[in-house]
Design a protein around this ligand. Structure first.
Ligand code: FMN
Length: 205
């Protein structure tokens, strides 16, 4: 694998502020991006997410005012909403299923369930825990999108209550972690600013 090609794709990825509305992402490409999200790691393998994929222009128009009027919402090809499932991950039916699928012995399964229940009982915010996992899926989706020349923008700039209401999210069970529009850039990307590696990497040998 060519490391330069991979690194170049990370330079290519940027927070795209304006997409070319006339360009639509092919179904096989959006499937590829969603697959990168689906295959992402998650704490205890709970897959704390589900992905809503909005293509509908009317719905995008409705969302824009409650997303700080950001142009990405209505100019993107596909708007992916990362929904965090804080109810499911605390529901024994769900989490037992997630452990059972590993084909563990009864004893090991019992051990996992006990450990997990204990972990849950010490969690300050299951909602925040789930949303953190969604960010991992989002990062993979953006990186893999960039590899195939698709632009994206991670977005936290929205009114959670209003967006959840419009998308009919049952907030006793789920929350929106972040919004991820995908499409093709309408303008050249802006300059990338990053701290130097020396400023943020410390080896302990
Ligand atoms: C969690 C998160 C939320 C963000 N929310 C927004 C947003 O609402 N609107 C926006 O234009 N950019 C948003 N950004 C983009 C950042 O401003 C951007 O990633 C950062 O400035 C670095 O620039 P680059 O991604 O182009 O390299 C967000 C980024 C992250 C990681």
């Amino acid at each position: 694998m060519d490391k330069k090609v991979l690194l170049d794709s990370l330079y290519f990825r940027h927070a795209c502020k304006l997409f070319d509305k006339s360009k639509k992402i092919a179904q096989e490409d959006i499937d590829f991006i969603l697959e990168a999200g689906r295959l992402s790691p998650s704490s205890f393998g709970m897959e704390h997410w589900r992905f809503l994929v909005i293509e509908n222009d009317g719905l995008k128009q409705m969302l824009k005012p409650v997303c700080w009027n950001q142009a990405q919402i209505t100019t993107c090809s596909h708007l992916v909403i990362l929904v965090a499932k804080h109810h499911d991950v605390q529901d024994p039916t769900y989490y037992k299923k997630m452990f059972q699928r590993r084909g563990l012995s009864a004893e090991m399964l019992e051990g996992y369930l006990e450990k997990y229940a204990n972990f849950l009982s010490n969690l300050a915010s299951p909602k925040a825990w789930c949303e953190k996992q969604c960010y991992l899926a989002a990062a993979n989706m953006m990186s893999y999108a960039a590899l195939i020349g698709v632009d994206s923008c991670p977005m936290e700039g929205f009114e959670h209550d209003s967006v959840e209401k419009i998308l009919e999210i049952d907030t006793t069970k789920e929350s929106i972690a972040l919004m991820l529009p995908f499409g093709y850039r309408a303008k050249e990307q802006s300059q990338k600013f990053r701290l130097e590696a020396e400023e943020l990497v410390t080896y302990i040998r």
